[in-house]
Design a binder for this molecule. Structure first.
Ligand code: ACO
Length: 323
């Protein structure tokens, strides 16, 4: 028995900000951003918060899966940009759908978040506790990006993507792993809130609220961790790299994906990329790309699809799926 993705969905804010628009905000250029990252434009919220993006995605998932809100057992939202510290985005999604039989919560693993959430849903389903789940990655990174820091603000975008998963006796998740390396936590941080209160006299500091990244260290971590993780998952499944139809990598940087593709000897054209239109949407990046691939009809029943990502924490996650 396994867990199968029966529908995908995605939603991004309508406002599109191009690299030329970014050049009006910070000292940068379309040429620099394109060459170093592969990004041409990104969607940026005009006010919709993370839950609004997640709810739109969830409605699409229900419709496409042909299921009713009351059918849903589990709602997991991966995010680092929740509307509130409490309630979870998952609970807001539950209310808006009227999914009164579900249990809902959020998980945080930055850009690996969707992989962590899918892994958790898979375990609940395999344990026989639930039959299905809605799993969503949703982010409004624009609210934690320092718009005066050119080394980070050009990289990120807002959006959401997700999957409706169900218990399956045939196709579905073949092999997966998630992992973390907490000793590297400070190479990529965001959303820090100071422990300031009236009894310790501390002033709240805003600077650590914003995304702060050691780009080179993240680059090194990403190329190493993803390659090793993919190798472990493929060997665990006994599946050869050439049998994979598509790899959907976390969309952080085309240069990272080029290196991963070379090291794994998986041809570049098998890596599905849409970073040029979305930038890095953290936990939403893999499900947005997966949904695009699915909508284009590029994957068929039984095709082997590999999802793999890395993110703050530092974390990683890889999943091999028989579609
Ligand atoms: N426009 C123009 N110049 C810039 C910009 C910009 N937006 N940003 C930085 N520069 C300048 C720097 O100031 C520096 O100038 P200097 O040489 O005069 O000092 C020069 O460009 C080179 O800067 P580097 O940081 O060395 O550039 P690098 O080639 O490493 O690219 C990048 C930076 C794109 C962030 C890269 O390190 C990277 O991709 N790292 C991986 C991290 C990543 O992808 N993070 C995404 C989010 S994390 C995640 O998804 C988990």
């Amino acid at each position: 028995m396994t867990t199968r993705i029966i529908a995908t969905g995605a939603y991004a804010p309508v406002q599109v900000i191009t690299n030329d628009d970014m050049a009006n905000v910070v000292d940068t250029s379309d040429e620099w951003i394109t060459q170093r990252t592969g990004i041409k434009e990104r969607h940026i919220s005009s006010g919709e918060n993370t839950s609004a993006l997640a709810v739109n995605t969830a409605r699409q998932l229900l419709e496409r899966a042909g299921r009713k809100a009351g059918d849903i057992d589990l709602i997991i939202v991966a995010t680092v940009t929740a509307d509130y510290s409490t309630p979870s985005v998952g609970c807001i999604v539950q209310k808006e759908l009227g999914a009164s039989n579900a249990v809902a919560f959020d998980v945080t693993a930055a850009c690996s978040g969707f992989m962590f959430a899918l892994s958790i849903a898979d375990k609940y389903i395999k344990a026989g506790m639930y039959n299905n789940a809605i799993v969503i990655g949703a982010e409004t990174l624009s609210k934690i990006v320092d718009w005066s820091d050119r080394s980070t603000c050009v990289l990120f975008g807002d959006g959401a993507g997700g999957a409706y998963v169900e218990k399956s006796e045939t196709y579905g998740i073949i092999e997966e792993e998630i992992g973390s390396k907490g000793e590297l936590y400070d190479i990529l941080t965001g959303g820090y809130t100071d422990c300031a209160n009236i009894f310790n006299g501390k002033e709240k500091e805003d600077s650590l609220w914003y995304v702060n990244m050691n780009g080179r260290e993240v680059f090194k971590f990403a190329t190493k961790s993803v390659v090793k993780s993919v190798e472990r998952v493929l060997s665990g499944a006994g599946v050869a790299a050439e049998d994979i139809k598509y790899v959907i990598p976390h969309q952080a940087n085309t240069r990272i994906v080029d290196i991963i593709s070379n090291k794994l000897r998986i041809p570049h054209e098998k890596f599905y990329m849409n970073i040029d239109r979305y930038g890095n949407t953290s936990s939403a990046s893999i499900p947005i790309a997966l949904n695009e691939l699915n909508e284009k009809g590029l994957i068929e029943r039984g095709d082997k699809v590999l999802l793999t990502g890395f993110g703050g924490g530092m974390t990683w996650g890889t999943m091999l799926v028989s579609w």
